[in-house]
Design a protein around this ligand. Structure first.
Ligand SMILES: [Zn+2]
Length: 286
């Protein structure tokens, strides 16, 4: 099964209660590495791009890389645009072929966010694409989007009304999770996931996954978190494996770029596979 709608991936995971890693890539090397990890483990995978990555690489080149690297792929994969408050970028990505978008209207009043999310859902549907929605900002700045202040959470009825009236495919609630690195084990309101899913069965997106414990992942996935976002872990593994290699290269006085790429690729594949194992998606390709 090659590139599929994101809804196909998360609906299956939600029904069978496993999580699918949604990994933010930053360039061709990380894109190729996470796809290789999915193929190796027979796991479905969601590849995410931040607006910053879309802008830094360029929409056309980024999509060409995706097309080329997923041609003939035999596991289900989907391309998703992470937190995007900019409607013009959403439209450009949908037109180009992204399978899913997160319209981030969390800084808007809920009614206005809801009104615009309805429009985004209609627009995405015309391309056979999916939409993730959110009504509270996830704490922490990620790729220039967001705030370090914790947003207040909306009531359960407000969240349910948003889900039902917009027709989104995935919902991302704030549950005490945060982008970036946690200073200590995060205190999570897992019950909020259960309350939402009990009233409205919808796959939940878990943001700020880097730094959560295995027990927290298992618990949240069992409650309905079918899409588990991993961004910081990729950045850390990418940067640290570069640093380790380059320090060693300096010691040896040996400067061979392809060896650097091989070492970094191995670290990123390993990071991706570790998360697929933790989330229970290994062998779930169909
Ligand atoms: Zn996020």
């Amino acid at each position: 099964m090659p590139v599929v709608p994101l809804k196909d991936i998360v609906d299956r995971a939600f029904t069978e209660r496993y999580g699918v890693a949604a990994i933010n890539v930053v360039n061709d090397l990380t894109l190729e590495a996470v796809l290789a990890g999915a193929v190796e483990q027979r796991s479905p995978l969601i590849v995410q791009t931040s607006v910053k990555t879309v802008r830094s690489i360029g929409l056309d080149l980024l999509y060409a890389m995706w097309r080329e690297l997923t041609a003939g792929i035999e596991v289900p994969v989907s391309l998703h645009l992470d937190h995007c408050p900019d409607r013009s970028v959403i439209t450009s990505c949908l037109r180009k072929g992204w399978n899913s978008v997160l319209f981030d209207g969390s800084s808007l009043p809920v009614a206005e966010n809801q009104r615009q999310t309805v429009e985004v859902v209609a627009e995405a549907k015309s391309y056979g694409a999916s939409v993730e929605g959110e009504i509270e900002a996830i704490t922490g700045v990620e790729d220039d989007i967001g705030s370090d202040d914790e947003a207040s959470r909306q009531s359960l009825p407000v969240a349910l009304d948003f889900i039902r009236s917009t027709g989104i495919d995935v919902f991302a609630p704030a549950i005490g999770n945060a982008h970036g690195l946690y200073r200590s084990e995060p205190k999570l309101d897992a019950e909020r996931v259960s309350d939402i899913v009990a009233a409205q069965p919808i796959p939940i997106a878990l943001h700020g996954g880097t730094g959560m414990t295995d027990a927290q992942f298992s618990d949240l996935i069992a409650r309905g978190c079918a899409k588990v976002n991993i961004s910081t872990a990729l950045k850390v593994s990418y940067m640290k494996s570069n640093l380790t290699f380059l320090r060693d290269a300096e010691t040896r006085g040996s400067w061979d770029p392809p060896s650097l790429f091989t070492a970094v690729r191995a670290a990123v594949v390993d990071m991706a596979v570790t998360h697929m194992r933790r989330f229970g998606s290994v062998g779930k390709a169909w």
